[in-house]
Design a protein around this ligand. Structure first.
Ligand SMILES: Nc1ncnc2c1ncn2[C@@H]1O[C@H](COP(=O)(O)OP(=O)(O)O)[C@@H](O)[C@H]1O
Ligand SMILES: [Mg+2]
Length: 507
């Protein structure tokens, strides 16, 4: 007999421009289980659950609720079908009370409603599941953990039988996380199905009755408790089908181009984000930073580029201590950054290739005539670059936002590489690119390495890290948990360091 699930996703495919976020994914939820959806950052977890909760429509595939095929046009539809999701960013209104937030946007709310009844109802739910919520509190008074519990109680109030939580522990202390897991177990105990999204192995080991692993948009395994251990899961997550190609020719030089000594910094929320980070990148070396995104990678790039202040330690480029230098002075000392967000901070979307390519050059005399750009010279230079880097353009003046991801990235790399930096920082350089474009960008980086450039490569893709790097440093929780020459390590060891270092791992 075929099992009837609370919900079932069949062959779900969802494409975004340039990326297949979900590729024929099957996933289901049983009554009373905690089902963990595990995967690296960008593997498609949030997308899949946003489809289940009615936020996105799939391009292909079916959603089946208790045996009946459904089409969700909005989260409202999913909620009526008993499916509720708590997103990573909460959607509460600060100036309203908990109870007011809960009834806000609830279809079933009677025109004349008694807030006291709602409050009583919420108080009962809160007590039943140990959520510790005061329904009359104002949301602005609540901690992050409390806000999360309000989102949960809101979904319970609306009758969710399937409750989805997207990386719920990301905002919690370990103690709060333990408490949340007990609450979730309690809810599963009443026959609900709970889906927890995470990239943390210890959470899977702690709470999962079943786990489904996503890798690059594909569900690579669904396993029952007892069928999995940490090592298997790490392998499944990061991919065992990695062909290690070594395209590097000459060994790196001895000269230190970049040296970080005990560097620390704060993130945008003012919390400690990098701590005691020390490493060296040599001339002609690619130093890869591996790690699950959000462990300080972006901040690391920014702190070196002078875009973020180091709160401790020092940063030395070619023997000069550049700690505290302005971004402009850092550039003048030979540092180039290819940022994560190409159109956000790297290039100006509405300007053409010429303007984007000479943007950083405009101060140089050869490009300017008095205060004005020498457009003829600029065109010549850009034409050369476009040829050399095989950038495809409809015209040199067409807004660069119309270019494909691969061409944009080549344009950006062309600009940075031709500025002849001593150190190039490349953050997720092939994110969103197809295989051909990826290959082209990789070759560009390897070429520069051969020419003696020092390259700091930040990537979540271990295949890329192994292919390009001479040495690999693993960043986890803002600390370097290991630095290993790439030929002396393997995906498994790096994968485990990414999950928190050997100290935490019990194998
Ligand atoms: N709204 C969107 N538009 C375009 N691309 C997206 C969007 N949401 C996600 N993606 C892309 O889809 C892939 C999967 O993303 P996501 O589901 O957020 O992964 P995860 O939750 O596992 O980190 C990523 O490559 C991401 O950049
Ligand atoms: Mg996500």
């Amino acid at each position: 007999m075929q099992e009837t699930y609370l919900v079932e996703l069949k062959n779900i495919t969802k494409r975004f421009p340039g990326v297949t976020a979900n590729d024929k994914v099957n996933f289901n939820v049983r009554k009373g289980e905690i089902h963990v959806l595990l995967g690296e950052n960008g593997s498609g977890k949030s997308t899949l659950m946003s489809i289940l909760s009615g936020l996105y429509r799939p391009d292909e595939g079916e959603i089946i609720v208790r045996g009946i095929k459904m089409v969700f046009r909005s989260p409202r539809n999913a909620i009526s079908a008993g499916i509720g999701m708590v997103h990573q960013h909460f959607k509460l209104i600060d100036s309203f009370s908990v109870a007011e937030n809960v009834i806000l946007g609830d279809d079933r709310t009677a025109p004349v409603l008694n807030i006291k009844d709602v409050e009583n109802n919420l108080a009962q739910l809160s007590a039943r599941y140990g959520l510790d919520i005061n329904p009359s509190s104002m949301v602005w008074q609540l901690s992050v953990g409390e806000k999360q519990r309000v989102e949960i109680v809101k979904m319970l109030y609306r009758g969710s039988q399937v409750l989805i939580l997207d990386e719920p522990t990301a905002v919690l202390t370990p103690q709060e996380a333990d408490k949340l897991f007990r609450n979730l177990r309690e809810m599963a105990g009443t026959g609900r199905g709970i889906v927890v999204i995470t990239h943390k192995l210890n959470e899977v080991m702690e709470i999962a009755d079943r786990v489904t692993v996503l890798r690059r948009g594909k569900a690579v395994a669904t396993l029952e408790r007892g069928q999995f251990n940490r090592t298997d899961l790490a392998w499944l997550m990061v991919g065992q089908d990695v062909v290690l190609q070594n395209k590097k020719k000459s060994p790196p030089g001895q000269r230190k181009v970049l040296e970080l000594k005990g560097v620390g910094c704060l993130n945008d929320l003012g919390r400690n984000c990098l701590q005691d980070v020390s490493f060296t990148v040599h001339q002609g070396e690619i130093f890869g930073i591996a790690g699950v995104a959000g462990n300080g990678q972006r901040e690391l790039a920014e702190v070196i580029a002078g875009l973020r202040r180091a709160t401790e330690g020092s940063i030395i480029v070619n023997g000069t201590d550049i700690t505290g230098f302005s971004p402009r002075r850092v550039i003048d000392h030979g540092v180039a950054l290819v940022p994560e967000d190409r159109l956000g901070t790297g290039l100006i979307p509405n300007m053409g290739a010429v303007d984007n390519l000479v943007l950083k050059d405009y101060r140089r005399r050869e490009m300017s005539r008095g205060p004005f750009l020498n457009r003829r010279k600029a065109y010549e230079k850009v034409k050369q670059l476009v040829n050399r880097f095989e950038i495809k353009l409809s015209s040199l003046d067409a807004p660069v936002k119309l270019m494909s991801g691969g061409n944009l990235q080549r344009l950006l790399l062309a600009r940075e590489i031709t500025s002849n930096p001593k150190l190039l920082i490349a953050v997720y350089p092939v994110r969103g690119l197809d295989i051909k474009a990826t290959e082209a960008v990789h070759n560009l980086l390897l070429e520069q390495r051969e020419r003696g450039m020092a390259i700091l490569l930040i990537s979540e893709d271990l295949e890329e890290i192994f292919k390009l790097s001479d040495r690999i440093g693993v960043l986890c929780g803002g600390r370097i948990t290991g630095i290993i020459p790439s030929e002396m390590t393997d995906i498994e060891e790096i994968g485990l360091l990414m999950m928190g270092g050997t100290g935490e791992m019990v194998l």
